[in-house]
Write a protein that binds this ligand. Structure first.
Ligand code: AMP
Ligand code: MG
Length: 420
């Protein structure tokens, strides 16, 4: 079968990313399910979580000490009458109705501050003898008290729909009494690896064959981004079989292919997609690794998403290219399918330990190691054999991001890094 060249659109990294973000913005996440709060980490909220009461629900003491009227302790040292003790969870009838001039109540962290008092003096600055306490340090009105509703008002949104649940948002859900949460169903992501040289993980490879590692790194990344991987059989570099597996993959919510998108005679992925009348948003990005990355959308007969079409990425087969292009391009689209609100790709900066020299023209994402601690942390490229070197990448813990117009980056410069 003759290989027809597909007309290419090669974009800068920023433009390619923007194209993906624009498509992601068009996606409306689908079905949701009710799950237990205990297994909600990493899931995406399909409903907002509202405050069922003020947070805090009462004026909360943030210290162990004495609830006072700040005017009473304007001149120190001074001595006050202790009219009661309020512990966290104290029943309402045991809380003094009013702290009057010259009075105070002993109070614990997390306990409700009684009426009349407007500040708490830390126990460290007091000494109690019988029913009297000497106050050795003044306090301003409001000190060591969080007023009722200061953190959130009853009825307000605590966590937005579209938020990926982490420990803090799960803590908020718990405070609002949500033991079960409505979250989006995980999108199914078909993974199709291509290449005559690729064999299954459990096969004994022949002398020129290699085991399929990309499907597994992708499965890990898909799960991390909120999707459910569906591994398809390995596709040979043969158009008919490849086409039927691509058609199979297009029935999922998203199709990720690896390999077969470069310029080689047996790189057939784009050709087969063109036969299927796919729409291509780009067929390359000026990046390293991952230059031949392809992004598009395709509708196949009998597909579940027939009317809207299925997004696909053709990721380059080199294992590091596959991983990097997933993070840069497939992740934001998958997150949108998973119902997550869009977020920008953000880099952090770290001090470069050794000079880097590269050719200009490509935005580079090079495996690197961030080490050291506190102010002494620094980042350095790992030595690698190029984008097939997954061993070097496994030693790395981040990527240094190099803009396309820099040739020499001196040691000591703060460089952007993408954490893994
Ligand atoms: P390709 O993009 O098909 O030209 O493949 C580029 C390189 O990546 C070749 O050396 C392939 O053998 C390798 N490769 C492709 N697919 C995989 C895979 N699933 N697992 C590991 N290596 C792969
Ligand atoms: Mg190949």
């Amino acid at each position: 079968m003759a290989v027809e060249a597909v007309p290419g659109t090669v974009l800068s990294f920023e433009d390619a990313r923007r194209v993906v973000e624009q498509q992601a913005a068009l996606i409306h996440a689908g079905a949701s399910e009710l799950i237990d709060l205990l297994v909600a980490a990493g899931r995406v909220l399909a409903e907002p979580i509202l405050a069922d009461r003020n947070l805090p629900p009462f004026p909360r003491s943030t210290r162990d000490g004495y609830a006072v009227r700040s005017d009473d302790v304007a001149g120190i040292p001074t001595t006050l009458d202790v009219i009661g003790e309020i512990k966290a969870g104290e029943s309402v009838e045991n809380i003094p109705k009013q702290v009057r001039a010259g009075q105070t109540a002993s109070i614990m962290t997390g306990a409700p501050v009684p009426d009349g008092a407007d500040a708490v003096v830390m126990v460290e600055y007091t000494s109690q003898q019988g029913g009297r306490v000497a106050i050795k340090k003044g306090v301003d009105a409001g000190e060591n008290i969080v007023p009722s509703g200061a953190e959130a008002k009853k009825g307000s949104v605590l966590v937005d729909r579209g938020r990926c649940l982490d420990a803090a948002s799960i803590a908020l859900a718990a405070s609002a009494g949500k033991s079960r949460l409505q979250v989006f169903r995980r999108p199914h992501v078909a993974v199709l690896t291509t290449g005559d040289e690729i064999v299954r993980v459990d096969a004994t490879p022949g002398p020129t064959q290699i085991r399929n590692s990309n499907s597994y790194s992708l499965a890990a990344q898909i799960q991390n981004a909120g999707g459910e991987p569906v591994l398809l059989p390995i596709a040979p570099d043969e158009p008919r079989k490849l086409r039927s597996l691509i058609e199979e993959g297009l029935k999922s919510d998203l199709l990720l292919m690896t390999g077969g998108v470069s310029m080689g005679r047996y790189d057939l992925v784009e050709q087969v997609l063109a036969e299927l009348k796919a729409e291509f948003f780009f067929t390359g990005a000026k990046i390293q690794p991952g230059q031949p990355v392809v992004f598009g959308k395709c509708t196949v007969a009998n597909a579940s998403r027939e009317s809207r079409g299925t997004y696909f990425f053709g990721l380059p087969g080199n294992p590091v290219s596959t991983m990097v292009t997933f993070e840069l391009f497939a992740r934001p689209l998958l997150e949108a399918l998973a119902g997550m609100s869009p977020r920008k790709l953000q880099f952090v900066y770290a001090k470069l330990q050794s000079e880097i020299r590269v050719k200009t023209g490509l935005t580079r994402f090079l495996p690197a190691i961030l080490s050291g601690d506190f102010e002494a942390s620094g980042v350095e490229l790992v030595k690698w054999q190029g984008s097939g070197d997954v061993a070097a990448t496994a030693r790395a813990n981040c990527y240094i991001v190099l803009p396309p117009d820099r040739e020499i980056i001196p040691a000591g410069e703060f460089v952007p890094i993408m954490l893994r």
